[in-house]
Every structure is written in structure tokens, then in C-alpha cells.
Ligand binder design. Structure first.
Ligand SMILES: Cc1ncc(COP(=O)(O)O)c(C=O)c1O
Length: 235
């Protein structure tokens, strides 16, 4: 198991597919600012196996946790006044990140199946982004079923909205096989996927990753993220 291997053999060895990395290769300047290429390659392989996500290393950016993934995505996509749909109740850290950018918050009450996009009223302006936690809604723990995932993707396409999938706790499933990440069902490149090692390894490691196909999260990620606070590795 990917995270188990990381734990037991040490990050550098896993990253190199069991080839030893020297201090020099870890510090490869060419890998900046998206993060160590070997780690991104290992993550691409893991995400394909575990979450059904088809991505290559070039579509992955290493960050210091989901919180930074949310912050970067918000900075890249939002202007003051843009609408953001948020789960209610939901993750306060995400709300604060959107608030700090002057976004207009559009709360959507969650039910037993997580975010229900149908409750978003048409009186709000068209939202630019939807932030949601489909694997384990925070704090209710609801798991979004497959039909609702497809419904959300259709809605995003119709409204020209991006989806920020926080796959918080997506690695844990006690009954049945995990439902594929929404990102893996996305045919229109609307989903930005945020993953973290905070639950599988430790929150003190500060290791997270973003998977995105968007033009917006390609090259601009480098310059914009460099301007974000707490980003020494992308500076
Ligand atoms: C909804 C949600 N997303 C993500 C995380 C993990 O954040 P990070 O990866 O920044 O530690 C948490 C932590 O509790 C959380 O509650």
C-alpha cells in the first residue's frame, strides 16, 4: 500500500521506485516549483490505483496540505465578488480562505448524501467554484453516492463552474470498495482534486497534492502560488 510503503521505507526511496535518491537528486532544481518529480510520479501511480484518477506527474503539484491546496486553487480561480458554493455545515478553514479573497459565499445544506447542489438557489449569481468533501463530508461524515457525483459534474458543466474536490479521508472505507473520486469521473476538466497525507501518515508532515487539468492551474500556479504565504517550496 502506497502510504504504508512511504511510512516504512522513507519518502525518498518510495519516490524513486526503490532506487536510492541522493541528497543532490532530491534537491533537483528542475523539479521546482511543482515538487519532486519522482514523488509526483509515485503519486500519479497511487492515485490511478487507489482513486481511479488518470493523471501524469505533470498534472500534480506538491503542496503543504489540503489547506494550501484550497488556498492556491482559490487564488487562481477567484476574484473578489465571485460566488463559491460551500457545504453547510462545512470546513471552516476553507470558508476562511474564500472569505479572505472577498468571495461571495453560497452555503448549501448537506444531507445524508453530502452536498446537494439542487438546493443552491437560482437567485445567487452563477458561482465560479464549488468546494466539497465527497468521500467523508466534514463534519457529518456523509459519503456522496455515485449518482450525486454525476449530477454535480453535469451541474458544473451547465453553469460553467469549477469543482474543488477535497478528498479528505478518501483512503478510508470499511465496507465495500471506495467510490471513485469525482475527478476520475470528470470528462470536461472541471475538477481540481486536493489530497493529503495528513490522515494516512501525519498532519505534522505537511504533505498534500493538487491534481488539475485546468489551464488555470498550469503555468499560473507557479507564479501565483509563489506569491501565496507559507510556500517556501514554490517560492
Ligand atoms: C475537511 C478537511 N479537509 C482537509 C483536511 C486536512 O488538511 P491538511 O491536509 O491541510 O492537514 C482536514 C483536516 O482535518 C479537513 O477537516
Amino acid at each position: 500500500m502506497f502510504w504504508y510503503d512511504v511510512c516504512n521505507s522513507g519518502m525518498p526511496r518510495v519516490c524513486a521506485g526503490n532506487q536510492r535518491l541522493t541528497g543532490r537528486s532530491i534537491a533537483t532544481v528542475g523539479d521546482a516549483p511543482q515538487g519532486l518529480f519522482a514523488l509526483r510520479q509515485a503519486l500519479a501511480d497511487y492515485l490511478g490505483r487507489a482513486r481511479g484518477i488518470v493523471a501524469d506527474a505533470g498534472q500534480i503539484v506538491i503542496v503543504n496540505g489540503s489547506q494550501q491546496a484550497i488556498d492556491i486553487s482559490a487564488r487562481l480561480l477567484l476574484k473578489p465578488g465571485d460566488g463559491v458554493v460551500l457545504e453547510e455545515p462545512g470546513y471552516v478553514v476553507a470558508r476562511k480562505a474564500f472569505e479572505a479573497l472577498g468571495a461571495k459565499l453560497i452555503p448549501a445544506r448537506v444531507d445524508a448524501n453530502g452536498l446537494n447542489i439542487r438546493v443552491v438557489s437560482s437567485r445567487f449569481p452563477k458561482p465560479k467554484l464549488v468546494y466539497f468533501t465527497p468521500s467523508h463530508q466534514f463534519p457529518t461524515g456523509a459519503v456522496m453516492p455515485a449518482n450525486r457525483r454525476f449530477e454535480l459534474l453535469d451541474w458544473a458543466e451547465k453553469h460553467n463552474t469549477f469543482l474543488l474536490e477535497d478528498d479528505y479521508d478518501g483512503e478510508f472505507r470499511y465496507l465495500g470498495r471506495p467510490i471513485e473520486a469525482v475527478q476520475s469521473l470528470d470528462k470536461r476538466n472541471r475538477v481540481i482534486y486536493a489530497g493529503t497525507a495528513s490522515k494516512t501518515l501525519s498532519p505534522t508532515l505537511r504533505l498534500g497534492f493538487v491534481v488539475a487539468y485546468l489551464r488555470e492551474v498550469g503555468a499560473p500556479c507557479v507564479s501565483q502560488a509563489g506569491a501565496a504565504p507559507g510556500l517556501p517550496q514554490l517560492g
